[in-house]
Design a protein around this ligand. Sequence first.
Ligand code: AMP
Length: 287
Amino acid sequence: MQVIRRIDELRAAIRKARAGNSALRVGFVPTMGYLHEGHASLLRAAREQCDVVVLSIFVNPLQFGPNEDLSRYPRDEQRDLALAEKEQADIVFLPGVDEMYPSPTKTVVSVSGVTERLCGASRPGHFDGVATVVMKLFNMVQPDAAFFGQKDAQQVAVIEQMAADLNMPVQIVPCPIVREQDGLAMSSRNVYLEPEQRQQALVLSASLKMAERLVAEARGQMDAGELHKAILEQIRQSPMADVDYIEIVAYPALQPVTEIREGMSILIALAVKFGKTRLIDNTIIRL
Ligand code: AMP
C-alpha cells in the first residue's frame, strides 16, 4: 500500500498502474478519515469491482460552515492506515490543506435542484464545498468508478447530478448504510456522543423503521404530513433530541411529496442534534 501526500506523486502512481493496461479499472473512495465499518464497506465494494483501489482522506474545510466542527473533527491517521491496509487499498492519498488549496479557490462547483432542501438548507454552502472537492479529487485520481455511502443520500444525488451534467467519465456507485448492531448508523461523529446521548440517538433508526412499517401497512397510499407527524412524535420521546429536519421527498429528485403512492421512490431523511452533535440518517422506500 502506497501512502501519498502530494498530487504529482498521486498522478505518477496512477499513471504507472495504468501503463500498458487500458482495461484497468481504478476505483476511488473519498473520505474525511476516522474510518469505520461504513468506510470499510466502500473499500470492499471498490476492491470487488476494480483492479486498483484509491482511498483519499481529507477533512475538507470548504464544506464546513463557520460554526461547525472543522477544528474538532476526529482524526487518527495511524488507525486509518491500518484499516486501509486491512481492506487492501492500493493507494492512500492524504493531502494537507496547503496541497489541496494552495490559494483560496476562485472556482466553485455548485449543483442546483438537489441542494436547496435537507442538509443544503441547514448547512449553507456545504454542497458547494463537497462538489468542489470531489471534482478536484476526481481530476487528480481520474477514477473509473467512485464509491459513496447512502448514509449521505443527498450527497450521492449531488455527485450523480454533477457527474451527469458535466459528462464526467466516472461511474458513481452508491453503497448501503452500515449500522451498529443496535441500529445507529455508523459515523465518525458518533465519537462525540456522551453515553446518554448515544442511547437516545437510537431514536433516528427506530423512527425510520417505524416509518417503513407505517408505509408498508398503508399499502401504497399515505399522506406525507401524517407520516411526518408520526416520526416527529417518536423523536420527541427522546428529550435530548433536537430536530433539525425531517423530510419526506421523492428520490432521487429530492422534491417534496404530499401524497405517498404506489410506484414512487421516497427518501425519508432526518437530521437531529444531540447537544452539539448533529446526526443524519435516512431510508429509501421503493413502493
Ligand atoms: P465521511 O468520511 O463521513 O465524509 O464519509 C466518506 C464516505 O463514507 C461517504 O461516501 C459516506 O457516505 C460514507 N459513509 C459514512 N458513513 C457510512 C455508513 N454508516 N454506511 C455507509 N457509508 C458510509
